[in-house]
Design a protein around this ligand. Structure first.
Ligand SMILES: Cc1cc2nc3c(=O)[nH]c(=O)nc-3n(C[C@H](O)[C@H](O)[C@H](O)COP(=O)(O)OP(=O)(O)OC[C@H]3O[C@@H](n4cnc5c(N)ncnc54)[C@H](O)[C@@H]3O)c2cc1C
Length: 322
């Protein structure tokens, strides 16, 4: 790890200027993903600015209409254990509670979780100059690709890593960013759509923007998150799904279905939603939804197993909701 200066910010404005002063400087929240990057020499910032010293970014507020305002520094563990979120926005609590291990969840923040970078081993090893590092090759295509995407949406095959992104996107959440240019709010689902398909970026955040709040609308829907992992104790999912449904008289009236660990973004499946809308939650519907979600899959040489895993996960999750 290279030497760097460490600074503690006491306000968002100070955090912005501390990073602007020294180009290449970075913010730290829990530091879990950031430290991996420093240790692997994937980044070599002159200054690391701690956000955890900023008061007021670690609150969970429930508004009278049932919507939530979550600070980016709230830990994954707090969201997973929050009685209100577990009741009204269960899919978000489950997504945060299934990420990593209890030790990591106690330190990792929801903001850092959303902004963590992919786990592709070619990206994580400094010796591979892959597309994410400005190279011209995705080494996963002809290499070791058993954990990579099956619903390719660009040249890079690294699957999106964040559990929180899945839960928040299914619930229609928005993310609030602050920079010297002011404040802007983006729907989580759009945030992860890759701008211009540039493989070096996973989201629409500009380097000088701080995530300052997360807004989650009042639920009014049943939400659920489920995943399949190689190691149940702590691991990123092989496949995951986050669903938010409104069911009236046994019939699905509204549905948002996010597919995880299968594409470079948390992928909203319009085909799966169409197969669910207006239907009863029974075995035939579950089968149709699973088939629709996986219909466009184009697995790589070693990850065809993910297609069946995704279908099984969706069938199982829909049956559990029924
Ligand atoms: C063994 C292991 C298993 C894991 N399994 C999972 C899993 O199953 N699912 C999952 O989702 N994750 C998993 N993770 C990843 C882990 O949850 C993330 O690394 C962690 O959530 C990052 O949060 P952090 O607060 O530590 O972020 P940091 O490491 O502090 O920050 C991450 C990035 O976000 C930026 N950043 C952080 N906060 C802000 C902000 N407010 N504004 C602007 N930029 C910001 C930082 O500059 C940095 O670039 C796992 C990690 C490990 C080590």
């Amino acid at each position: 790890m290279n030497r760097f200066e460490f600074a503690r910010a006491t306000s968002v404005a100070e955090a912005l200027s501390l990073v602007a002063e020294k180009p290449g400087s970075v913010w730290k929240a829990g530091g879990i993903d950031l430290l991996d990057h420093l240790k692997e020499h994937l980044i070599e910032p002159p200054r690391v600015v701690d956000l955890k010293s900023i008061p007021g970014l670690d609150g969970i507020h429930s508004d009278p209409d049932g919507s939530l305002r979550i600070g980016p520094l709230v830990t994954m563990a707090r969201i997973a254990a929050h009685p209100g979120i577990r009741t009204t926005h269960a899919g978000l609590a489950q997504a945060c509670g299934e990420a990593a291990s209890p030790q990591i969840r106690n330190v990792a923040t929801i903001g850092g979780n959303l902004l963590q970078r992919p786990r592709c081993w070619y990206y994580r090893l400094a010796s591979y100059r892959c597309l994410k590092k400005g190279g011209d090759t995705c080494f996963a295509i002809a290499g070791e690709n058993r954990y990579h995407t099956i619903l390719a949406d660009g040249a890079c095959q690294a699957p999106h890593p964040s559990n929180a992104a899945m839960g928040l996107s299914a619930l229609g959440a928005s993310l609030v960013f602050q920079s010297s240019r002011g404040t802007r709010t983006l729907p989580a689902e759009q945030f992860f759509a890759i701008p211009g398909k540039d493989p070096r970026r996973e989201n629409a955040k500009e380097p000088d923007e701080i995530l300052t709040a997360i807004h989650v609308p009042a639920a009014g829907v049943r939400s659920v998150y489920a995943s399949v992992k190689e190691k149940a104790a702590f691991d990123w999912p092989l496949v995951s799904a986050a669903l938010a449904l409104r069911v009236d008289g046994g019939v699905v009236r509204e549905a948002r279905i996010m597919l995880g660990a299968v594409a470079t973004v948390p992928l909203r499946s319009a085909a799966a939603e169409q197969a669910l809308l207006g239907r009863r939650l029974d075995d035939a519907t579950a089968e149709a939804v699973a088939n629709a979600a996986a219909a466009a899959a184009q697995p790589l040489s070693d990850n065809g197993y993910k297609v069946e895993l995704l279908k099984t996960l969706l069938r199982r999750t829909l049956r559990s909701l029924a």
